[in-house]
Design a protein around this ligand. Structure first.
Ligand code: NAD
Length: 425
């Protein structure tokens, strides 16, 4: 029996091998695709507010740059690991290739508990990361962006440090920056917007009407809350939301804006039981995080962490469609079970590609020094996600396979071809 694992790197490698077998990728090229080109890791010394110096383990994993400079976010967290960052870097390579933007794939991380840091400590940690990796990043080398527990302010500190160390302006060295420093207003909502576009496409495919379509979202952070808002504004019924500390459910529907106001005030979503936009005050709508995944909704959107739908709970998933806003939320074993249950999965490389597409538009504008209107960004982003969705579905039909396989066949073949051309293979 195949080994069952919830390790994201095992999942990423299995997904690659499955696509490579169908595509009959040259062994030499597969060897290149299976491992990151560069694995950078070092401890970052940070002077804490109490005067003590602490060291935080950090990574920058550069998976592949055959199609363009490395591109990928930096996440902070106690559970960040080398394997997780390697998997995330590989997924970035497929995502940029799938949507056809001229980037490769990378990812970074720092093992730390950002919730325990003061702002001054966070700033020193962020600047320390850049001091560590300054020679390996840059607008035409490797372009970091925010990810879990990192944001525009952190990108501002990182950019400032990078420009100080290199002695020149280079706004294209980081994306997801504040608007004042060359960021674009719509970057923060870009991943959620792309997820919304993906939902619209799958709804069209399955003939789901927004008003009668229920949605549960795991992870009410940057990506989850923007996706919830776009869907709510388009008439979808958001019935459940969660964060790391709990979940809420109301079959009549929740108002994401009101839920976010409450979450910011009370610190956790489980303290916000809402009926419509009105605080109900009752705890009856508070459910466990695991229960949210197993609700009988039309669309389930994991928007938190990897390996949330596994061989252990896949049989209990009742949604008609899973739209993966998080990276790697479904393990390959769970994927097979969902397929057997005829649950459609819109894979992460497609469903959350809006983030890196938004970053691409930010980078293009930084390099040009010419800035477009925000609605132009949404319009261009929507076209790229819609086109990638149609191509992935068409490819999946050609091979009588799921959408993930269709997306992987397109992405892996593009990167493999670029490597082949560069190396004469
Ligand atoms: P975030 O830190 O803003 O939000 C994450 C949310 O998930 C938080 O609300 C957190 O409380 C919640 N969460 C954590 N553990 C949970 C659990 N066990 N159950 C329920 N909720 C839990 O991060 P984000 O930027 O929104 O990223 C979310 C996911 O989307 C990640 O997988 C990330 O890699 C992916 N992603 C993000 C972007 C982006 O532009 N930010 C782009 C592409 C993919």
């Amino acid at each position: 029996m195949a080994k069952i694992s919830d390790n994201p790197l095992d999942s990423a490698r299995k997904q690659l091998r499955a696509a490579a077998a169908i595509l009959k990728i040259e062994p030499k090229v597969l060897a290149v695709l299976s491992e990151p080109k560069n694995e950078l890791t070092d401890d970052i010394p940070v002077k804490m507010d109490d005067g003590e110096t602490e060291y935080f383990n950090s990574f920058r994993i550069q998976h592949n740059d055959a199609l363009g400079p490395y591109k990928g976010g930096i996440r902070f967290g106690s559970d960040v690991s080398m394997d997780e960052v390697k998997a995330l870097a590989m997924w970035m390579t497929w995502k940029t290739a799938l949507v056809g933007i001229p980037f490769g794939g990378a990812k970074g991380g720092i093992i730390c508990d950002p919730k325990k840091f003061s702002q001054a400590e966070l700033e020193r940690l962020s600047r320390g990361y850049v001091q560590q990796y300054v020679d390996s990043i840059g607008p035409h080398k490797d372009i970091p962006a925010p990810d879990m527990y990192t944001n525009a302010q952190i990108m501002a500190w990182m950019l400032d440090e990078y420009e100080k160390l290199t002695g020149r302006h280079a706004p294209g060295a980081f994306t997801g920056k504040p608007v004042e420093l060359g960021g674009i207003g719509s970057r923060e909502s870009a991943t959620g917007y792309g997820g919304f576009v993906a939902v619209q496409q799958v709804a069209k495919l399955l003939k789901l009407k927004p008003k009668s379509t229920t949605v549960a979202i795991q992870g009410f952070g940057n990506v989850g809350h923007h996706a919830a808002q776009f869907l709510f504004d388009a008439g979808y019924k958001i019935v459940a939301l969660s964060d790391s500390q709990g979940a809420i459910y109301n079959k009549k529907g929740l108002n994401p804006a009101a839920a976010m106001t409450c979450k910011l005030e009370k610190g956790m979503i489980a303290e916000c039981y809402y009926a419509g936009s009105v605080v109900n005050g009752s705890k009856s709508g508070v459910i466990k995080n695991e229960e949210l995944l197993e609700l009988g909704v039309d669309i389930l959107m994991p928007a938190a962490l990897e390996s949330q739908i596994t061989a252990k709970n896949a049989n209990s998933i009742k949604a008609k469609v899973v739209v993966e806003l998080a990276n790697g939320p479904t393990t390959p074993e769970a994927d097979r079970i969902l397929q057997q249950k005829k649950i459609k999965v819109v894979p992460d490389v497609l469903a959350n590609s809006g983030g890196v597409i938004g970053s691409y538009f930010e980078w293009v504008q930084n390099n040009y020094g010419y800035y477009w209107a925000d609605d132009e960004v949404h319009d261009k982003l929507s076209k790229l996600v819609t086109a990638a969705f149609a191509k992935a579905v068409a490819k999946s039909r050609e091979h009588n396979a799921d959408i993930r396989t269709g997306a992987y066949l397109l992405a892996v073949s593009r990167v493999a071809r670029a490597i082949g051309l560069r190396r004469g293979i």
